[in-house]
Ligand binder design. Structure first.
Ligand SMILES: *[C@@H]1O[C@H](CO)[C@@H](O)[C@H](O)[C@H]1NC(C)=O
Ligand SMILES: *[C@@H]1O[C@H](CO)[C@@H](O)[C@H](O)[C@H]1NC(C)=O
Ligand SMILES: *[C@@H]1O[C@H](CO)[C@@H](O)[C@H](O)[C@H]1NC(C)=O
Ligand SMILES: *[C@@H]1O[C@H](CO)[C@@H](O)[C@H](O)[C@H]1NC(C)=O
Length: 747
């Protein structure tokens, strides 16, 4: 009986609690130059996501986008909203000159604001751009303003005018500001800032950087007993000068800075340093720092005086905010009554570790505050919540499995539903002798049905969560696709929580067994190889051009090309394939999949996929076929070239035949080996728009083109970076560029 009032109490309490925590800002910047796929952002961890940046055109005073940013900025808001409708997307306006000169100051911005007509143009074009692209607010990023000499008289007028304009459209207006409101004798007009902006988030980091300072230092010190260059000082100044704490958002960085020490033994704070390390400007993303530390087996040290983490590896010295420091800063923001936190920038997080810490710390704080009053309610609440969650979760899992089962049941009658008993019998109770192999998905067995038909059975391991998705995908595609060069799905079984796919049996297994094994290779002459290449091309043409759907396979590699009794190739494994409407050129996807080495760069860097994804993988495969070489090894006189680059270098020097397996003889074939290497290199070009379509590939190989274009340097070339480094280094010592390498590792 006493449970009802209790229930009421906890409901009202929890409502109050959620509404209170919703007003706390958790903003994250997404930076175009990071090339991080927008759909991969964990939107559940943010209340506002800020797209950075749009720039001011100094000759027209209009807000503009850099051309290469346009596709991303224009889809940012809709992508974010699709993922989480509660998140508010904002567009950030960079007011520094940097895209129009080397000097990163705000002088051009300052000359703009002193002309009423220019201001009008700027404001109108900004509002228009925000509305055109679905943004719900603007962020004026003016962090360098105070260190720029110029006439600030009309800054306040600009703020007033901007506010008036955004109010007409019900947009949010925020400001990115310096950590302190006064600097170098310049000051923001704090009262007008306070009046016109929804909030100000301060750049409370990069106080010291290796490009400027010849000593190591805490780049984002929360406190510093010996200097005013720290966050606590800046926050107090803002508040003292009239900005309410409830309009202040604490900016934190998801990157650190790396110095090169003068003496590796002298590695504390304030140690002499001689410039940057690890990257060109010394900034290193959190995820790269973690990777760096892991690879050296080093732990960072937290200094609680400054509230930062640092570590020394040889002569490198790195300072950054790790989870504990971020938590401390969130607790500080809460304690001070600030409005929230903002982070620069989201793609530097490591598996969302830092953003999760922010969310947890916020929860922990809210929780702590109310703990004494509502202990009982909270306990009841959590028990009930847990019960609900378990219930919901069970329901969801059950309905999901049902959904998969239902959608897995195709309506056409080409596929049989086999009973578990039949399959058990066919595979001799899934015996070890019948096991053909083991995929990421689960084991594959050979079997023989009672009508003597030989089959291959793919059995989804029960633990595989991903597997359920891929099972569904595979069934969906297999029921819709039929072609002699695609492996044929005969049926499936979804009995007793089992999920099994039944295929025609391929007696000659898969292409990878023939590619690199000299004795098996010798079983195939060039004519046989040409038939295999032709078959793969036909399969791909069907997927891309002739089937009802347009399919990107996304995992085309030798082990997914199966061979029937006549060595006819059949493409298999549509577990991660994607279809899209034929009029779409490209689509963004939410998960990095595929096999390293066969995945094109635009997918790894931006999550973009198109038909050219499979063209790329085909190019890699073709190079393997004609050379018999693996794409994991390194080649060349200095053992510093990957397979693609090695082919390119030899081809460019007119020595392409040295790349090709000398046992192959193309004398009597119209398919010439020298043409194959050139076409393959066109397929693996860095830019997907430069790669030929499968139709073109097919025509090129059959010699229907008079002149083949000369291939450009292929994707993932190491020498490209080497050349760049040589140009930049000029005698300075750089480490291996971790940031570059790790970008190339999809998993
Ligand atoms: C700001 O940068 C411009 C170049 O973009 C330069 O001409 C000017 O002298 C700089 N002004 C200040 C105050 O630093
Ligand atoms: C700053 O600009 C205002 C208006 O544009 C002008 O009246 C004022 O004299 C300028 N101040 C300086 C120091 O140039
Ligand atoms: C760092 O720079 C200051 C002045 O810019 C100079 O006095 C000092 O000797 C320098 N220290 C080192 C270690 O180079
Ligand atoms: C943090 O580093 C400073 C400078 O080296 C030192 O004075 C201070 O004692 C350190 N704080 C802690 C808690 O170790």
């Amino acid at each position: 009986m006493s449970i009802l009032p209790l229930l009421f109490l906890f409901i009202s309490q929890s409502l109050w609690k959620t509404s209170a925590s919703q007003t706390w800002i958790k903003a994250g910047y997404w930076y175009t130059q990071s090339e991080y796929p927008i759909p991969n952002i964990n939107t559940a961890l943010f209340t506002h996501l800020i797209c950075a940046f749009a720039y001011i055109n100094p000759s027209t005073n209009e807000l503009i986008l850099i051309t290469s940013d346009e596709p991303y900025v224009s889809t940012f808001a809709s992508t974010v909203k699709k993922s989480n409708p509660l998140v508010k997307p904002l567009l950030s306006i960079r007011t520094q000159n940097e895209y129009y000169g080397t000097n990163k100051n705000s002088s051009l911005f300052l000359s703009m604001i002193n002309n009423p007509a220019y201001r009008k143009t700027f404001i109108e074009s900004s509002i228009k751009m925000a509305l055109d692209h679905g943004f719900e607010g603007l962020d004026l990023y003016i962090t360098t303003l105070l260190s720029t000499k110029g006439n600030m008289t009309n800054l306040g007028i600009l703020f007033n005018e901007l506010r008036h304009a955004v109010d007409q459209e019900k947009l949010i207006l925020t400001m990115g500001g310096h950590y302190s409101p006064e600097f170098d004798l310049q000051s923001y007009p704090v009262d007008l800032v306070s009046k016109n902006f929804d909030w100000v988030h301060i750049k409370a980091y990069a106080y010291h950087t290796p490009l400027v300072d010849n000593f190591t230092a805490a780049h984002a010190a929360l406190y510093d007993p010996s200097s005013p260059v720290n966050t606590d000082y800046g926050v107090n100044e803002w508040i003292k000068r009239g900005l309410p704490a409830s309009k202040l958002v604490l900016g934190m960085s998801y990157h650190g800075f790396a110095w090169t020490l003068v003496d590796p033994k002298d590695n504390g704070f304030g140690a002499p340093a001689k410039g940057v390390a690890i990257t060109d400007d010394g900034t290193v993303g959190y995820k790269h720092i973690k990777q760096y530390l892991r690879s050296y087996g080093v732990n960072s040290v937290r200094n609680s005086t400054y509230v930062v983490n640092y570590c020394a590896i040889g002569s490198f010295w790195i300072v950054f905010d790790d989870v504990e420091s971020i938590r401390k800063k969130v607790a500080y923001a809460k304690e001070k009554g600030l409005l929230g936190v903002s982070v620069w920038h989201v793609s530097n997080d490591d598996n969302w570790e830092l953003s999760k810490a922010i969310a947890q710390e916020e929860d922990a704080y809210n929780h702590h505050k109310r703990l004494l009053v509502i202990t009982l309610c909270t306990i009841t609440f959590f028990i009930l919540l847990l019960g609900c969650m378990i219930c919901c979760l069970r329901k969801r899992i059950i309905s999901k499995v049902k959904q998969v089962m239902n959608s897995g049941k195709p309506s056409d009658h080409n596929h049989q539903v086999l009973s578990f008993e039949d399959i058990r019998e066919a595979t001799n109770s899934f015996s070890e002798e019948n096991k053909l192999g083991e995929g990421g998905y689960g084991p594959v067995y050979k079997g023989k049905l009672s009508n003597e038909q030989e089959i291959a059975v793919k059995r989804l391991s029960r633990s595989s969560k991903q597997g359920v998705k891929e099972f569904k995908n595979e069934v969906t595609f297999a029921t819709k696709l039929q072609h002699v060069n695609l492996v044929k799905l005969l049926g499936f079984c979804t009995e007793r929580e089992e999920k099994m796919l039944i295929y025609e049996y391929m007696p000659n297994k898969s292409l990878d067994l023939y590619l690199f094994d000299p004795s098996r290779r010798s079983m195939l002459n060039w004519e046989k190889w040409v038939e295999i290449i032709e078959g793969i091309i036909q399969g791909l043409l069907y997927l891309q051009e002739y089937s009802r759907l347009t399919i990107v396979h996304r995992d085309l590699k030798a082990s997914n090309i199966l061979l029937d009794a006549n060595m006819k190739p059949k493409i298999s494994d549509f577990g991660i394939a994607k279809s899209f409407e034929s009029n779409e050129i490209e689509a963004n996807t939410d998960r990095i999949v595929g096999t390293y080495g066969c995945v094109p760069p635009e997918y790894i860097k931006q999550g973009l996929y198109s038909r050219k994804y499979d063209v790329y993988s085909f190019g890699v495969l073709l190079l393997q076929i004609i050379s018999g070489k693996k794409n994991y090894n390194v080649y060349g006189p200095h053992q510093n070239l990957n397979l693609l680059e090695y082919a390119y270098v030899l081809c460019k020097e007119g020595r392409g035949m040295e790349f090709i397996d000398s046992s192959l003889d193309d004398e009597s074939s119209t398919y010439k080996l020298s043409r194959c290497i050139q076409v393959a290199l066109l397929c693996v070009e860095e830019k997907w728009t430069h790669r030929p379509s499968m139709l073109e590939v097919s025509a090129m190989l059959r010699n229907e083109y008079q002149n083949l274009p000369m291939p450009r340097r292929p994707a993932f070339s190491t020498n490209k970076y080497e050349e760049e480094k040589k140009n930049k280094a000029n005698g300075k010592v750089y480490s291996v560029d971790m940031a570059t390498i790790s970008q190339l590792l999809p998993r």
